[in-house]
Design a protein around this ligand. Structure first.
Ligand code: NAD
Length: 281
């Protein structure tokens, strides 16, 4: 079997066009503020892409590139100002933050209605209790891709490799909320292939280049590769694409799979935050 490629780039383009059309009809513009602290090269690339996408769809954006030595207090003060800004409906703090800054404190400082990434404890709790509100962008993008390709989740065994708060755990919860039977594997899982071989839906989010080989995948599985790894100047996923595509029924490429979906979900979430805030006024 040769897998059908799930074209995240094309699906994301469709979503961007929909958001753009909706934004064009609004009286005021949705606004997104992105905050980057320090010099992480990958993070810089991500926030620039996010800003460019906002421009493209007509979303107002403010980008704060703060120096590495920014204090927690300064960061909290900026968030406080953005919480009050009439122009801003979503606030994004690009992770990871420098270690000396308390990530939880910073994420909790974002006004709940502007929590565009869904990382606040309240939104995490909502997701965990099956009452999804603002949902993290990458996991939401994974689910949207599955939906776009008409892949049903009920009765399926889904295996997620990775348990981070940003990707692994929320992805597992979204799959569970859609009636998949979910297993989460992580760096201390004994015998990873034992679990992955049973997966009808396999989501790889470990950040380990080509961790998933063909012999770890069930024939006909749907394989979603969230990993973005730089190897000798090239981007590779967590899945050995060349061999796994001969065994899977569907597979996402890297780049061009989950990555563009993440950005599309961010602008969709910004529009949702805008609607929620303007509705309440
Ligand atoms: P993370 O480092 O916070 O978490 C990685 C997880 O993988 C951990 O829970 C760890 O236990 C698990 N893990 C590591 N090695 C493992 C192994 N050998 N076997 C099983 N589990 C293992 O990373 P993250 O933020 O969750 O991101 C994961 C990957 O997804 C990274 O490559 C990251 O760059 C990528 N990512 C992509 C997007 C996107 O838009 N496509 C967005 C966010 C993250």
């Amino acid at each position: 079997m040769t897998a059908k490629i799930m074209d995240g780039k094309a699906v994301a383009e469709k979503i961007r066009a929909k958001v753009k059309a909706e934004v064009a009809n609004l009286k005021t513009k949705p606004g997104l503020a992105a905050i980057l602290v320090g010099e992480n090269p990958a993070s810089k690339v991500y926030v620039d892409i996010k800003r460019k996408t906002c421009d493209e769809v007509g979303i107002y954006s403010e980008l704060y590139k703060l120096p590495e030595e920014t204090t927690e207090k300064e960061l909290l003060q900026l968030i406080g100002r953005l919480n009050k800004s009439e122009k801003i409906h979503g606030i994004l703090v690009q992770l990871p933050l420098p270690r000396r800054i308390n990530e939880e404190k910073v994420l909790e400082a974002i006004a709940l209605e502007k929590d565009v990434d869904g990382f606040s404890l309240v939104n995490v709790g909502r997701l965990a209790s099956g009452r999804e509100a603002a949902v993290p962008c990458t996991p939401k993008g994974v689910i949207r891709l599955l939906e776009e390709y008409g892949i049903d989740l009920a009765w399926k065994n889904a295996v997620v490799i990775g348990r981070s708060n940003i990707v692994g755990k929320p992805t597992a919860l979204l799959l569970l909320n859609r009636n998949a039977t979910v297993t989460i594997c992580h760096s201390k899982t004994a015998d990873l292939p034992h679990y992955t071989k049973k997966a009808d839906i396999l989501v790889a989010a470990a950040g380990k280049p080509k961790l998933v080989k063909a012999d770890m995948v069930k024939e006909g599985a749907v394989v979603i590769d969230v990993g973005i790894n730089r190897v000798e100047g090239k981007l590779v996923g967590d899945v050995d694409f060349a061999s796994v595509k001969e065994k899977a029924s569907y597979i996402t490429p890297v780049p061009g799979g989950v990555g563009p979906m993440t950005v599309a979900m961010l602008i969709e979430n910004t529009l949702e935050r805008y609607k929620e805030i303007t509705r309440r006024k």
